[in-house]
Design a protein around this ligand. Structure first.
Ligand SMILES: C[S@@+](CC[C@H](N)C(=O)[O-])C[C@H]1O[C@@H](n2cnc3c(N)ncnc32)[C@H](O)[C@@H]1O
Length: 334
């Protein structure tokens, strides 16, 4: 299995539900496959905020395992090595699109980097702000961080929130790009990104790895499932990211991905039926982008491709057997 990152046990259909389907078990770095639905991705679909993000506390357990400090190290290295028109400076400002709990912005702000977390889901924004307050209560100042309501397809930041001259870096991480359901959305987003970048500024996008796209029959949705334990909170989250048989629209390249989160209480007894504290399930339209496609869209928005990696690491090549995501780096070259 490629990309086994951290923990996890796998699930072949949740034993305490009546489902009997089999679920392919792949490690999640986040993204994956799935799909259902017929018909083109509509504007209405791309405007609809997904309710799977209405439970940030569950999302936190499911995806908060990443080493965010290391990921900010990566961004700092990128800006140093690829940023700037005449040699990179340091990372002093970052804009995070589809920020969710804003882990990356928090990690930036801890280093004194000006960070703006743009997120359209109110529950996620509230959660991110609560995290900021909690960190500040522990004595760490995060004055340089803001959480803002916005749509990454048409980025408009309140006055004074963007640094003069533009951001050093704009990031769109963990497959957030899948929510850009049309090419118009993608170009509009990247045109907006370009405006937010300073000349020489970088746009860093984390997508699913091409092997995840091309290793099976793309048109037949294959599900992913994994679980994550949070000992501190005494809970486990079962994540289903795509379900076998989810539909894939071959014209729009949009999967209708069944996503579910089951939050379960850990009682330490494997013989008792686990208590499900909360369940969230939704079919989420997710657009698949290949690297050549995404690079062409970026070019249409006047962003130059300057690097590709197999993880949030400059030492992980895309074809490395441990690569499990695809990170594309673009630069505003004027
Ligand atoms: C896969 S999550 C990624 C969260 C976070 N960046 C991370 O690394 O875990 C995608 C996030 O993008 C947000 N989102 C989706 N479409 C958006 C849009 N058009 N504008 C702003 N945020 C959006 C969702 O609400 C969700 O919080």
């Amino acid at each position: 299995m490629r990309g086994a990152r951290a923990t996890t046990v796998t699930v072949t259909a949740f034993p305490w539900t009546s489902r009997s389907r089999s679920t392919t078990t792949r490690m999640a770095s986040g993204r994956t496959r799935g799909g259902t639905r017929v018909g083109a991705a509509s504007d209405a679909a791309s405007d609809a905020a997904s309710s799977v993000y209405d439970a940030p506390e569950i999302y936190d357990v499911a995806f908060g395992f990443r080493d965010f400090d290391k990921e900010i190290d990566f961004l700092e290295t990128l800006v140093r090595e690829y940023g700037g028109l005449h040699g990179g400076g340091g990372l002093t400002s970052a804009l995070e699109l589809g920020a969710g709990p804003a882990w990356h912005s928090l990690a930036c702000a801890r280093r004194g980097i000006q960070a703006v977390a743009l997120e359209r889901n109110p529950a996620m924004r509230a959660y991110a702000n609560d995290k900021k307050v909690a960190v500040e209560a522990s004595g760490v100042k995060l004055n340089s961080m803001r959480v803002v309501d916005g749509d990454m397809r048409h980025i408009e930041l309140p006055h004074m929130m963007a640094p003069e001259g533009g951001f050093d870096c704009v990031v769109m991480l963990l497959g957030t790009v899948a929510h850009l359901l049309t090419y118009d959305d993608a170009i509009s987003c990247m045109t907006s990104v370009r405006k937010q970048l300073k000349p020489g500024g970088l746009f860093v996008v984390e997508l699913e790895h091409p092997w995840d796209l091309f290793s099976g029959d793309l048109s037949e949705g294959v599900g992913d499932a994994w679980d994550r334990v949070d000992e501190e909170r005494g809970v486990k989250v079962l994540v289903e990211w795509g379900r076998d048989g989810d539909e894939f629209d071959i014209e729009t390249q949009v999967y209708e991905r069944t996503v579910s989160f089951n939050l379960i209480e850990l009682d330490g007894n494997e013989n008792t039926k686990p208590k499900v504290l909360k369940t969230v399930e939704e079919v989420v339209p997710c657009k698949i982008y290949t690297a050549p496609e995404f690079k062409a869209l970026a070019r249409a928005a006047s962003l130059a491709h300057v690097g590709t990696f197999g993880d949030m690491s400059t030492t992980m090549a895309l074809d490395d057997e441990d690569a499990h995501n695809m990170v594309l780096v673009f630069r505003r070259d004027d």
